[in-house]
Design a protein around this ligand. Structure first.
Ligand code: SAM
Ligand code: SF4
Length: 382
């Protein structure tokens, strides 16, 4: 097992990571502080499928994407087992993502199952919004607390071209319905790309004058293969540049302190100033997620699980631990799927072994991530 640091192969060169069998690894008892300790983990992001109904240029290639076989994907019960173990580790915030999570059949059922697990305080969803509107009432009733919707352009034609076929009106309807249903502070994710949508930053900021949205501007990250793989540097727009565009129209942004908020994440949060004419405060906020120009590894408080049960330490190139052998009993010696003997003769449950695997996984976080990743976002879940 190694913790990777900053090796930088060419972005299009795949990097193979060790997939390690958790039971063979020992947790490091000396790691008691910092982001490599399990106590620092506050959020588990769960990618429930790699399948997607869009092909956003920054996330996937147009063609030739191979999906995982159905049998490789964790069942709802397996996901729930991981969430139960996570709660024992003190994790209270869970995010369902993908691929496109709404493409997974019976998603509200999964939400309901997870919501019922004692200790789950915050259950959120990141979605492209295409299939969302009709699902919203069921998701809300099932216990979904927060929503992030991706929207990279406010211009329907441009949106269709970035997503390679997405329908803007459907996403916009879902955003309006989510607000009407009372989802608190819906987030919009906007990946800003040079020459593609960077001229819309101030328009997106404008939305927050009247709508209680948090619009988050995300720097493009070169992960896996995508439509931008061949020229990632020219597509990336740094936070400073996006801010400057917004401030040129709206004036200096106002910082928002938020250490105590639910699921505090990687975004720096700001708001527009009060309306210059009416003096009314803006209804929403702005966030910047700048993993490329300002890596936030030191304060990283999340782990990510891929659809096939790899507990991944980092979005970029950190190591990962495979939970599937634990969940499916593949590594058990005695055909016992519930418990097994430890070297000291104690019985260890599946949950205990998930806990041990998660503890190992978090120790594999890199010091600082390099600026590329070997896996596409649709696998890892963003
Ligand atoms: N399909 C859902 C969606 O698009 O919201 C959930 C999964 S998607 C991988 C999660 C987030 O990652 C989205 O907000 C998307 O815009 C973002 N994302 C995907 N690829 C990215 C990349 N290469 N750089 C930065 N953000 C990316
Ligand atoms: Fe699909 Fe989300 Fe990736 Fe777009 S960003 S291709 S919607 S997984």
């Amino acid at each position: 097992m190694t913790t990777s640091t900053c090796a930088k192969p060419h972005p299009s060169q795949p990097v193979s990571l060790p997939v390690l069998a958790a039971p063979e690894l020992q947790a490091n008892p000396n790691a008691i502080t910092g982001p490599r300790t399990i106590a620092a983990v506050k959020m588990l992001r769960i990618s429930v499928t790699d399948v997607c109904n869009l092909r956003c240029v920054y996330c996937m290639p147009e063609e030739g994407v191979e999906w995982l076989p159905h049998s490789a994907i964790l069942s709802f019960e397996e996901i729930a087992a991981v969430v139960r173990a996570s709660v024992r580790l003190g994790i209270r915030h869970f995010k369902l993502t993908g691929g496109e999570p709404t493409a997974r059949r019976d998603l509200p059922l999964l939400v309901e199952m997870l919501h019922r697990i004692p200790g789950v305080e915050d259950l959120s969803l990141t979605t492209n919004g295409i299939l969302l509107a009709p699902l919203l009432p069921r998701l809300k009733a099932a216990g979904l607390t927060r929503l992030t919707i991706s929207l990279d352009s406010l211009r329907p034609d441009r949106f269709a071209s970035i997503t390679r076929g997405g329908n803007f009106d459907r996403v916009w309807r879902a955003i309006q319905d989510a607000l009407a249903l009372g989802f608190a502070r819906v987030k919009l994710n906007v990946v800003i790309m040079r020459g593609i949508n960077d001229d819309e930053a101030a328009d997106f900021a404008d939305l927050t004058r009247t709508l209680p949205l948090t619009v988050r501007f995300i720097e493009f990250m070169p992960l896996g293969r995508s439509g931008l793989t061949d020229h990632p540097e020219s597509a990336m727009v740094r936070e400073e540049e996006t801010r400057a565009r917004i401030e040129a129209r709206h004036g200096p942004l106002v910082p928002i302190p938020r250490h105590t908020e639910t699921g505090v994440g990687p975004a720096n949060v700001w708001s527009l100033r009060n309306d210059p004419v009416l003096s009314t405060p803006p209804a929403g906020r702005l966030g910047f997620i700048s993993a490329m120009s300002h890596p936030f590894c030191e304060t990283c408080n999340r782990l990510r699980m891929t659809p096939e049960g790899l507990m991944r330490s980092c979005l970029f190139e950190g190591g990962e631990v495979d939970l599937k052998p634990i969940l499916r009993g593949d590594t058990l010696n005695h055909g016992d799927t519930e418990t097994r003997s430890t070297p000291r003769g104690n019985l260890e449950s599946v949950e205990d072994r998930i806990i041990s695997a998660m503890t190992t996984s978090v120790q594999m976080k890199p010091e600082v991530h390099s600026l590329h990743g070997n896996q596409a976002m649709n696998r890892i879940g963003g």
